[in-house]
Design a binder for this molecule. Sequence first.
Ligand code: HEM
Length: 223
Amino acid sequence: MIFQNPTRLASLFTILAMVYLAAPFTLEYRLYSLHPIGMGLFIAASITAALTLQRSDQQSKHPQSRKSSVVTHAGLQIAALLGLLVGFAAIYQNKINKGKKHFQTYHSYGGLALFIGALSVSILGICMHFFPTQVFGTLLKSKRYLSIKRYSGLALLTITVYTTALGLISHSTQERISALARLIIFLITLGSTTLAFWNTFFEYSKGSSDLDLDDYEAVHELK
Ligand code: HEM
């Protein structure tokens, strides 16, 4: 049941918050509108993708169940990347059209770091899942990158909260969404990210969600 599962509940609230954020922009036909719409998709899909892998119950260690979580995670990350690419290209081109300089604000520094970081972590994930032996030599060596991927993912979530907060106080958002709604959207983003941190540091430390090499191999054999 979704209401008994905090990670699913957090995913649901994050998706609803981002739909609310993007909704006013979908009513306008401007290049700029694609920025908050694309980034809303990125934020909702990337946070949900992180939470999808964070089930700490014993079932999450079962290779078949783990495999389905990895497939969902990968699908959501592809949707997130698509949103990021569209959102980034839209704001970049919009600035060119308006003759404005690029990367002049704290929001844009965070956005650029996120853009480069999310692309890099996604490439690492693709190599680990689809080409582990070709890229890393052995499955064991590829598994060593799990913690790098996990902690860099959390670092990216932190930058996501920071960049979203600055996006929410931008003039264009203030014009369309009330202060209370923007505060709620921010608190939901912060809350679901905090849950992802909590899962990693407190739930994973119980060892229940970490795969040993046999399980890791089994997940790959199921491909
Ligand atoms: C976490 C997701 C987001 C990322 C990665 C991101 C990324 C960026 C980047 C890289 C720029 C600068 C582009 C350039 O200088 O050529 C930018 C600008 C901008 N973004 Fe975002 N953004 C995000 C979310 C949002 C949201 C949610 C809003 C508002 C609804 C928003 C509103 C703006 C505005 C108004 C600008 C132009 C002013 C400025 O450069 O600060 N962004 N964004």
